[in-house]
Design a protein around this ligand. Structure first.
Ligand code: GAR
Length: 200
């Protein structure tokens, strides 16, 4: 059983999906801590309701991003975390963080990468006129949403979609592929070779 740490800034529906997957055995791991940069994040409440340790870390009390990330890493280390899961975490990790935890950080993004990285991915897809978008679980590297891809799911974009309606349909798929990707990691089934991730 591996120890999982989750970083989240918002409402935490992906966190909820992961908690449920741990509870019913679809993920063989233990969530040791949920860390947030936002004291109001509903993700923190969800964790508390499930008796998971939480930590709010206030960015304003640190000199710079690297010092902030050092504190986050310290909390993760204290809990023996082996896999770091970003679930709606709205901060970009510093190169220091990524170097320290190489190949042990995964993220979910609401588009089919490498299309539409960064903020408002669903709005970007609609405005571009794409017919298909979706979601991507990927390892985190030094770039923005640019690391090796673990799993993806496609979602059709309908003519009458709004940013919200598309986000909602993509989210349903996120809730399925994120637990699946975490389970593949916990079972040691992911092999990274360059940009490609092979599932053993
Ligand atoms: C999710 O749609 C996730 O893909 C996205 O934020 C949402 C968080 O929702 N993440 C990003 O855009 C990261 N670039 P949640 O808090 O309900 O899990």
């Amino acid at each position: 059983m591996i120890n999982i740490g989750i970083l989240a800034s918002g409402r935490g529906t992906n966190l909820q999906a992961i908690i449920e997957a741990v509870e019913d055995g679809r993920i063989e791991g233990k969530i040791k801590i949920v860390i947030s940069d936002n004291s109001d994040a509903y993700a923190l409440k969800r964790a508390e309701q499930n008796n998971i340790d939480t930590q709010y870390i206030d960015f304003k009390s640190f000199k710079n991003r690297e010092d902030y990330d050092k504190k986050v890493i310290e909390c993760l280390k204290e809990k023996g975390v082996e896999l770091i899961v970003l679930a709606g975490y709205m901060r970009i990790l510093t190169p220091y963080f990524i170097k320290t935890c190489k190949n042990r950080i995964i993220n979910i993004h609401p588009a089919l990468l490498p299309s539409f990285p960064g903020l408002h991915a669903q709005r970007q897809a609609i405005e571009y006129g794409a017919k298909v978008s979706g979601c991507t679980v990927h390892f985190v590297d030094e770039g923005v949403d640019s690391g090796p891809i673990v799993l993806q799911r496609a979602v059709e974009i309908k003519d009458d979609d709004t940013e919200e309606s598309l986000a909602e349909r993509i989210l349903k798929e996120e809730h399925q592929i994120y637990p699946q990707a975490i389970q593949l990691f916990t079972k040691g089934r992911l092999m990274i070779k360059g940009r490609r991730v092979f599932i053993k």
